[in-house]
Design a binder for this molecule. Structure first.
Ligand code: C2O
Ligand code: CU
Ligand code: CU
Length: 458
């Protein structure tokens, strides 16, 4: 097992690390909601308006098959999936399958608009390893608002290997999704999306954290080993996720599936859209919390664990997992560079260009492996972190600032954090499908402000 001594990202970042202190006061608390599972050959997602009532007020929301967030879709590798997406909103949207390897026409990006009142019916075969993926709208210029309002859900892929592993796998029993989101409550205790210029630049940072759509919920658990699938579901906040007692836990998977070697850690640094799966042993009776610190913002007790006297089940933490990296050859593979730049208020570019639906930024060949170098060069007055997400593939991180990546970046990834001054090299292999896919900063305010491009696979 690898031990992570120093946090690579923040030790190398040019900017000063700003973690806030202080926690929110307690309100009456509710048990952690677990999104319902959605399984089978025919799946149905209804995009709908709703409301979310928190102890402080009631907000207008949007969700899938409910008021806020959506069901957890669970499928197995090889399954044929047929999803009916019905848009009952008063406005257009899309549904993108983040991290899934699917035909371009069913990717759900800005080209696959599901008009208000209409239905979209993507069909595809699952062709990738077990992973914790997710889905969310991706309408040009509207992604941030739709996700903020609550439209997001998890998409689990399982396979024979994952099912055979001696790790917790009972959904909502010993294997829990934790969708972490910050939301900004106004004086009426409601959250609504209306970012100002600074919010676009620095992120629409919240003043509360929701876990699976609940405020400071709790979980009563027997002693034993638990698996948590953690997702940063925020618009544009970098989270540091840890336990209140600073305990260590075992990280077993990143965005696209299991890590080659599990890693011991005491905190997770997660940019929007990134996922980790962790194993934690609760061995003593008592209460502890999951703490979420927002980079440049406050620190929040976000979920309480009440560990009961009863003994549950303990599992050993696997040391390593099956993992197939992207095989690359620097002397042969095509190389591309992506310069992410912040150009004053609201100006975000990749290679000097802002997203244009009518422009294909580059074309690549199917069955090619490529090496991409991503650089955050926009320093300006503020050091603005970015991230880089690619549709269609899970990639391997070759290096971060010339060095071997952190153990948490050694497995399958689809989104990486790119701090100011960082240079990240990744290897990607494009197979099976042709068509148009996106790459972009996954800070949704940046994405909506043009920090996105598109490539065509031929
Ligand atoms: Cu999670 Cu292009 O998105
Ligand atoms: Cu995506
Ligand atoms: Cu960005």
């Amino acid at each position: 097992m690898k031990k992570i001594a120093v946090l690579l990202y923040f030790s190398m970042a040019a900017s000063v690390v700003l973690w806030g202190a202080g926690s929110q006061g307690g309100a009456e608390s509710s048990v952690l909601p677990v999104p319902p599972l959605l399984e089978g050959e025919k799946l149905r997602l209804v995009m709908q308006e709703g409301t979310l009532t928190l102890p402080m007020g009631t907000s207008k929301t949007m969700g899938f098959n409910g008021d806020y967030l959506g069901p957890t879709i669970r499928v197995s590798n090889g399954d044929q999936v047929d999803i009916e997406v019905q848009n009952t909103l008063k406005e257009d949207s899309t549904v993108h399958w983040h991290g899934l390897h699917v035909p371009a026409e069913y990717d759900g990006g800005p080209h696959q608009i599901v008009e208000a009142g209409s239905t979209w019916n993507p069909k595809f075969t699952i062709d990738q390893k077990a992973a914790t993926l997710w889905y969310h709208p991706h309408l040009l210029g509207k992604t941030a608002e739709h996700v903020y309002n609550g439209m997001a859900g998890l998409f689990y892929i399982e396979d024979d290997y994952s099912k055979s592993l001696p790790i917790p796998q009972e959904y909502g029993i010993d294997d829990f999704p934790l969708v972490l989101q910050d939301r900004r409550l106004d004086k009426n205790g409601e959250f609504a999306y209306n970012p100002g210029g600074r919010d676009i630049m620095a992120g629409y940072t919240g003043n509360i954290i929701l876990v699976n759509g609940a405020y400071e919920p709790y979980l009563d658990l027997k002693k034993g080993t638990y698996r948590f699938r953690v997702i940063n579901g925020s618009n544009s906040s970098i989270f540091r996720v840890r336990f209140s007692d600073e305990r260590n836990f075992t990280v077993i998977a990143s965005d696209g599936g299991f890590l080659p070697e599990s890693a011991e850690a005491s905190e997770l640094i997660m940019s929007p859209g990134e996922r980790y799966e962790i194993l934690v042993d609760f061995t003593t009776q008592g209460t502890l919390s999951l703490v979420t610190d927002i980079y440049g913002g406050d620190s929040f007790k976000s979920l309480d664990f009440n560990i009961l006297k009863e003994e549950g089940t303990y599992y050993p933490h696997p040391e390593s997992f099956e993992y197939t990296p992207v095989v690359y050859d620097e002397s042969v593979n095509i190389k591309r560079n992506f310069r992410m730049e912040t150009r004053g208020m609201g100006g975000f570019t990749i290679n000097g260009k802002s997203m244009d639906m009518n422009r294909i930024d580059f074309t690549l060949d199917k069955n090619n492996t490529e090496i991409w170098t991503i650089e955050n060069v926009g320093m300006g007055m503020m050091n603005i972190p970015h991230s880089f997400h690619v549709h269609d593939v899970q990639f391997s991180v070759i290096s971060v600032n010339g060095r071997e990546p952190d153990p948490l970046y050694s497995g399958p990834k689809d989104t990486v954090l790119v701090m100011p001054g960082d240079k990240i090299k990744i290897a990607l292999r494009f197979e099976d499908y042709t068509g148009i896919y996106m790459y972009h900063c996954h800070f949704l305010e940046h994405e909506d402000s043009g920090m996105m491009g598109q490539f065509l696979i031929e």
